[in-house]
Write a protein of this length. Structure first.
Length: 235
């Protein structure tokens, strides 16, 4: 088994029980700005295409989340069937205390969720779970999640972030959202994904997995959007 990440790695706290078997691979630890404005919308399809919000779930300094989100955004762009909105929670100013009267950044964040027909959550695994800020961001909205599909891109150590995903599924079920079965995960991501170039080091099926999940999200997003337009969802 490959060596563990460095102790100061902000996105690898799911490997604290992994045996030490060698030196950590060299990889960048600096915060990664998104290549484009994080609140900008990328359009690869017509305005009638379903909207897909790709949400960066980690807000830690030095996180790898933006790199994974950009890679998946490019996959969705090439898929060509969605309008894409990349939401970085670090820029959405998610409050630690829920405001009685949401300020403008929170209202804008909720509006963007409402405009989406499908979601992809990009999440690391922290201590067998998902980031606390992500839970705060999820709980700020309610009806905006209703009757919409959710997919996951996860990354981490030996578990590839899958334990975080399994905890997120019942959260979205409670919010009347539909999580798709297939997702994308990166095990020991510092070895399998080049954060600097925002690309997998080898395909290993990750591109095909992304397309499969996008196909499932497309089916559900169109079906549920049509259903919502014909009859209000009852929650």
């Amino acid at each position: 088994m490959a060596g563990r990440p460095r102790p100061d790695d902000p996105d690898c706290s799911d490997v604290t029980t992994e045996p030490e078997t060698g030196p950590a691979p060299s990889r960048p630890d600096s915060a990664l700005p998104l290549a484009t404005a994080p609140l900008a919308t990328a359009t690869s399809a017509s305005t009638h295409a379903p909207g897909l919000a790709v949400i960066v779930g980690s807000t830690r300094e030095g996180r790898a989340g933006p790199a994974f989100a950009e890679w998946f955004r490019d996959q969705a762009w090439n898929h060509g069937r969605f309008r894409i909105d990349l939401i970085d929670l670090a820029d959405a100013k998610i409050p630690s205390v829920y405001p009685a009267h949401p300020d403008s950044p929170v209202r804008e964040y909720i509006r963007r969720l409402a405009d989406a027909d499908a979601f992809v959550i990009v999440t690391p695994e922290y201590n067998h779970g998902y980031p606390g800020t992500l839970k705060q961001a999820i709980d700020l909205a309610r009806s905006e999640w209703h009757a919409k599909p959710v997919g996951f891109v996860s990354y981490g150590g030996v578990a590839g972030g899958l334990r975080a995903v399994e905890q997120l599924r019942p959260v979205f079920a409670e919010l009347h959202a539909v999580t798709v079965r297939d997702g994308v995960s990166f095990r020991n991501y510092w070895e399998t994904f080049d954060v600097a170039t925002r690309m997998p080091r080898a395909d290993d099926g990750c591109n095909a997995a992304a397309i499969k999940m996008l196909d499932q999200l497309l089916w559900w997003s169109v079906a549920l959007r049509d259903a919502r337009s014909q009859r209000p969802y009852v929650a």
